[in-house]
Design a protein around this ligand. Structure first.
Ligand code: A2P
Length: 333
């Protein structure tokens, strides 16, 4: 049956991908309701060849929809998600607002789709870096039980939204033209630089982004015994998060076995052909729905361990696609 779908934040980097993903995957949309701030009142969003007018988000005017995909930031989610639920919607929220709430499922459909049915109106979409990592960890955990994960990320600027994308372009031009560089979204220049800082710092010395990877991984994998430690960095790439992931296992698992297991897992594509310079790249992942894994090799410093390199389009599997897949599990399959 066709559904009425609101996209809250439809003019943003993730929201635009949500609209495109609904169209590309032929989600049965009866009516699309694109929503953004007052600033976007006169804008339209293209959907199935039509220019659909953007509505302004307001507490006085919450539309009655079947599904609301939220990507307008955690503050908007906290303020408005329950109002949409009150009007009968299931909210799939891309922000961090509810991810760790006990009564909110945190879902990567290939990993823990069964959690969806416990929802009480809100389902959380995990952090982009966590989604692509757990896609690779889950089948390996089932095969050899993970003890500990050490992850370092190389994250694209689009994860920080539209203004961050524009900032990289503007700073790059300014650097090449020897003009002064202005920083607005990021605390330091991102052009020709790497920032070991994503989201706010916590008192324990980690950033919120790093702690999301720790806590969300345990929640999605339903196993608090998996130890995760993370360093998250922003790199001057537009699209596609890369991760170096070191995993220690309880049981032995060889690189060949891991490649076979990963290749069989839905949504994962193994590219591991070093002899021909074959490994996952952000440029190749851009626009692709799959998560790519390569550089799979033994960690010789532990009894059983592997190193690997995981890359995915942060706006697709890391955000819009995962949200639409949750909606598909709810209403289509
Ligand atoms: P707008 O374009 O009207 O500012 P991004 O993550 O790329 O920065 O996008 C954020 C999205 O969230 C945009 O669609 C933006 O709309 C929307 N948004 C930001 N603040 C608000 C707000 N106060 N009310 C409604 N939508 C908002």
């Amino acid at each position: 049956m066709e559904k009425t779908v609101a996209v809250v934040g439809a003019t943003g980097a993730v929201g635009m991908e949500m609209v495109r993903t609904l169209e590309r995957r032929r989600f049965p949309v009866k009516r699309l309701v694109p929503i953004a701030s007052e600033r976007s009142r006169n804008r339209t969003v293209n959907f199935r060849g039509q220019a659909v007018p953007v509505e302004a988000l307001s507490e006085d005017n919450i539309p009655a929809v079947d599904i609301a995909l939220f990507s307008a930031g955690a503050d908007r989610s906290r303020q408005y998600a329950h109002l949409f639920v009150g009007k009968g919607a299931v909210v799939i929220d891309n922000s961090s607002a509810f991810r760790m709430d006990a009564d909110v499922p945190l879902v990567v459909p290939e990993v823990n789709a069964h959690a969806i049915k416990a929802h009480r109106g809100i389902i959380a979409n995990p952090n982009c870096s966590t989604i692509q990592m757990v896609q690779a960890l889950k089948p390996l955990h089932d095969a050899a039980r993970i003890r500990r994960v050490v992850v370092s990320t190389y994250q694209a600027v689009s994860g920080a939204g539209r203004r961050a994308i524009a900032e990289l372009t503007e700073q790059t031009k300014a650097c090449l033209e020897n003009r002064p560089v202005e920083c607005d979204v990021f605390p330091h220049r991102i052009a020709f630089n790497v920032l070991p800082h994503i989201d706010a710092f916590e008192r324990n010395g980690y950033t919120k982004e790093e702690m999301k990877m720790v806590n969300e991984t345990q929640k999605i994998m339903e196993d608090d015994s998996i130890a995760v430690t993370a360093t998250t960095a922003r790199v001057p790439v537009y699209r596609g998060h890369c991760e170096s992931v070191n995993v220690e296992f309880e049981k032995d698992i060889s690189p060949d076995e891991a490649r076979r297991i990963l290749a069989d897992f839905p949504g994962v594509c193994v590219i591991d052909d070093p002899a021909n310079n074959g490994y996952p790249l952000a440029t190749e992942a851009d626009g692709d729905e799959r998560t790519f894994v390569g550089r799979i090799r033994r960690d010789f410093t532990v009894r059983s361990g592997l190193n690997m390199w995981i890359v995915s389009d942060n706006l697709l599997k890391g955000a819009a696609l995962n949200a639409v897949q949750i909606a598909e599990r709810l209403f289509v399959q």
